[in-house]
Every structure is written in C-alpha cells, then in structure tokens.
Write a protein that binds this ligand. Structure first.
Ligand SMILES: Cc1ncc(COP(=O)(O)O)c(C=O)c1O
Length: 380
C-alpha cells in the first residue's frame, strides 16, 4: 500500500458486529470474560483497548514499523522511552530539543541517576565524541523545536550501531509523511500526536513506533504499568485526523515554503530558518532525507523584543498560541511567551534571540497568511 492509502486504511477493519466503516469508540474501562481464561483479546482499557489498538496499528504502518504504542501525551511517550534506561545510564541528546523534553531530563529523570550530555547533533562527530561506556541511548529531534536543526539520521544510526546504543528520534515536526526514521536505521520513533498527526488542535497524545520486539514489549509493559494511556475518544479523533495527513502535509509544506520565501525578502526580518531554503545550514541533508519541509518556520526580527511583541499583538489571522502542527496558523515569540521566565543570558546561549519568532504555517490560503504577516510587520 502507498502512504495515502495506508493513512486511510492501514489497521482499519469494519466493525465486526455492525459493519461500521469507522472503527467505533470503545468507551469502556473493562471487558467481560466468557469464562476464566477466555477473553476476546481485551480485559482492561489501561492494558489495551480496541480503538487504541487500531490507532497503534495505523500509525505503526505509516512509519514503516511493526509495533506502535500510544500514550496520553507526547511527553508521557518520551518518558516511557527513557524508562528503557536504568539508573546509572547516560544519554546523548540533541541540544535544541523541545523545552518540555529537556525539563523532563534535567529536572526529573536526572534525580533517578540518569545523566545527559547535550550536543549539536547536526554534526554527527559531536554525537560520537559524547559517547561514554555507560551510554544507553542517543536521543535526536529532527527538525528541532524551535531552531529547526536537521540531523543526518543515517550517519548517527551508524554511530549508534557501532557502539551498540539505542537511537530514538522525535520526528514530530516531520511526521511519517515527510520522514521515515526507521528507514535510515533508527530504532525508536516518537511523535507528539497532538501536532500534525491529529492535526486539528483537538487532542493531546503521543505515539512510539519500533520494529524491535523486545523494545515493544517493554514499552507495552510500561504503558500498562504506568497507565499514561490515550483515551478511546482521543484515539478515535486522532484516527480521523490521520486520514488526511498526506493532504495536509503537502499543503503545510507548500505554504511553508511560500511564507519562508516571503519572510526572507522582508526588510524587517534579519534571518529565516526553514529547512527548505537553500540558506538553511542543513538544507542538503533535509533534501536527502525528507520528502518536503513541513510548515514550521523560525525567523528573527531586526527589532528584537519590542518588534516581537508588536508582531504578536498585530497578527489577526495567525493565532497567538503555543502549539503547532494544526490546520490553523499559529505564532509564538519565545522571549515574551514560552521563555519569558528564562534569563536573557541563558536564552541567548540556547540560540533563542530576542527577536526570534516561531510560526506554524497552517493550511489556510497562503495569500491570506502572507497578507496577515505583511500587515502586522508594518507595525513592528
Ligand atoms: C518536538 C516535540 N516533542 C514532544 C512534545 C511534547 O508533546 P505533548 O505536548 O503532546 O506532550 C512537543 C510539544 O510541543 C514537541 O514539540
């Protein structure tokens, strides 16, 4: 099956009792047994649920994986993957991972004697040099949130294999339509399903995909034991979103490229970061490993903090909202929003300049998005 067919069909079988073409929402906590030892594959929804099982099969197929494990959020999915490690283990991690991920690593998991080294994984040599005898996992995000750094997965996978270390990739920004990490030798793929997969700002969810059966069994055990499971209704809503994933990603990427080109020629804009532009430092790698470049753009305004605040206060179509990857265009200014509490010095050290803006380009008519930005940029 081709990708678009899988998005609509993979793992989906008409409901055996009614023939319903849409898999039902099995909104139940538990399942009755005919007699001891005789269940129909389900006993309790924390362990497994038919609606969730359909979503897991569907998303695993899209990433070219054998197994999918669905969680209540992207963060609980990351947490489950990190629980493959034991106290004393070391993790090498991309230096520009989503802030919630570095918070989990630095403020929670480090208390359980896991240690982390952050490296710029756009140079695979940095990953190789950070490996220690106790390194258990390499954790890469590509493209990263928010600086859109792209990592060469084939090169990092070769390093991981040579050292017998697991390689996990957060592929939220790319989605399986644009990037298939397993094909490049990655062991574990993760998505925040909250973003492009569900696509309509309707749920919080996460998914982990792998071809490795022992890893899958450990993740299933974690899902059942910790209980951070996605609800049947959220799974159902995600399945609905996934059906149009290829169509949406085509439009997000098409609009993203046009908006990036518009911004690159705008006099108030100092710099545009978009993997699809030849000016992006890893454009060649992005072109080789991705089908297109998604809808995420970061750019720097010449006017710093004040310009960022003015832009936020003058956009009308683009929503001032902290999420990303949905049909609506959404815009954030880290210095005055998500990272307002971070001291300027620390923010700048992370590459988050005063005028940095992150734009999640939606699927509206691109002329309207550009008109909105044109008008708001006149006010900065
Ligand atoms: C790249 C990335 N990974 C993981 C997450 C966490 O996902 P969730 O918000 O679904 O917990 C996010 C959230 O923004 C993200 O951007």
């Amino acid at each position: 099956m081709k990708f678009a067919t899988k998005a609509v069909r993979a793992g989906i079988i008409p409901d055996p009792t009614t023939g319903s073409i849409v898999p039902p929402i099995y909104q139940t906590a538990t399942f009755t047994l005919e007699e001891i030892g005789k269940d129909k594959g389900f006993d309790y929804t924390r362990s497994s649920n038919p609606t969730r099982a359909v979503l897991e099969a569907n998303l695993a197929a899209l990433d070219g994986g054998e197994y999918g494990v669905s969680f209540a959020s992207g963060m609980s999915a990351v947490d489950a993957v990190l629980r493959l490690c034991s106290a004393g283990d070391h993790i090498v991690c991309s230096d520009d991972v989503y802030g919630g991920v570095s918070r989990l690593f630095n403020q929670i998991l480090s208390r359980y004697n896991l240690s982390f080294t952050y490296v710029d994984s756009t140079n695979p040599e940095n990953v190789a040099q950070a490996i220690r005898p106790n390194t258990r996992l390499i954790w890469v995000e590509t493209p990263t949130n928010p600086l859109l750094k792209v990592t060469d997965l084939e090169a990092v996978a070769a390093i991981a294999k040579a050292h017998n270390i697991l390689l996990g990739v957060d592929s939220t920004f790319a989605t399986p339509y644009l990037l298939r990490p397993l094909d490049w030798g990655v062991d574990i793929v993760l998505h925040s399903a909250t973003k492009y997969l569900s696509g309509h700002n309707q749920i919080i969810g996460g998914i982990v995909i792998t071809n490795d059966q022992p890893i899958y069994e450990q993740l299933k055990f974690m899902q059942r034991s910790v209980g951070a499971v996605s609800s049947p209704f959220d799974c159902w809503l995600t399945l609905l979103g996934v059906k149009t994933l290829p169509l949406r990603m085509e439009r997000h990427s098409e609009n993203g490229m046009k908006v990036a080109q518009f911004l690159e020629n705008h006099p108030q804009v100092a710099k545009v970061i978009y993997p699809g532009l030849p000016s992006h430092p890893q454009h060649a790698i992005a072109k080789r490993q991705m089908r297109a470049f998604s809808g995420m753009i970061s750019f720097e305004l010449k006017g710093g903090i004040q310009a960022g605040i003015a832009l936020m206060n003058n956009v009308k179509l683009c929503s001032l909202a902290e999420s990303l990857g949905a049909v609506e265009s959404m815009i954030t200014h880290p210095a005055s929003m998500t990272h307002a509490a971070v001291p300027q010095e620390d923010r700048l050290a992370r590459g988050l300049s005063d005028g940095l803006v992150r734009l999640s380009v939606g699927i509206e008519d691109v002329a309207d998005i550009i008109a909105d930005l044109t008008h708001a940029l006149e006010k900065v």
